[in-house]
Design a protein around this ligand. Structure first.
Ligand code: FES
Ligand code: FES
Length: 156
């Protein structure tokens, strides 16, 4: 069965088994390796992508579930919020080993797209499912606040 979906703005088709997790279609079949495998059981957030704009764990999502839908990964996310997040991540030197960070950035981008001025609690709620073994949590929070300030300056 051929499954068609939008991937980073382009229409793609796959004949992968319908229960193959989206993460492995992205990495193995589409060659986009920015999205990482951490736990494989929806507990760490390393594999976070946007499905129709919502942060979603791709390691447990069967490819059949994305038919006709829109999948965006860290390679393709290009909203204003995504740009502000990238800039803040660079300026505050958020990354340590980097492994968790594409998932962190995808969750942070979705947060700012829905809430342009998040409180610390909002950030904790939105980011709580994204684990970082290097404990970059304080820099992540600061970077989200900085990105939010950048965005508010842009629209003021
Ligand atoms: S690899 Fe998907 S949540 Fe950990
Ligand atoms: S930066 Fe190393 S796991 Fe998060």
């Amino acid at each position: 069965m051929t499954i068609e979906f939008q991937f980073n703005g382009k229409t793609v088709r796959t004949d992968a088994p319908t229960d193959k997790p989206l993460l492995w279609v992205i990495r193995e079949d589409l060659g986009a390796t920015g999205t990482k495998f951490g736990c494989g059981i929806a507990q760490c957030g390393a594999c976070t992508i946007h499905l129709d704009g919502s942060p979603t764990r791709s390691c447990v999502l069967p490819i059949a579930a994305v038919a006709g839908r829109s999948v965006t990964t860290v390679e393709g996310v290009d909203s204003k919020a995504a740009m502000a997040i990238r800039k803040a991540w660079r300026e505050l030197d958020v990354v340590q080993c980097g492994y968790c960070q594409s998932g962190q950035m995808m969750s942070a981008t979705a947060l700012l797209e829905g809430n342009p001025s998040p409180s610390d609690d909002d950030i904790d709620n939105a980011m709580g499912g994204n684990l970082c073994r290097c404990a970059t949590y304080h820099r992540i929070r600061a970077a989200i606040h900085q990105a939010a300030e950048d965005l508010s300056g842009e629209t003021a």
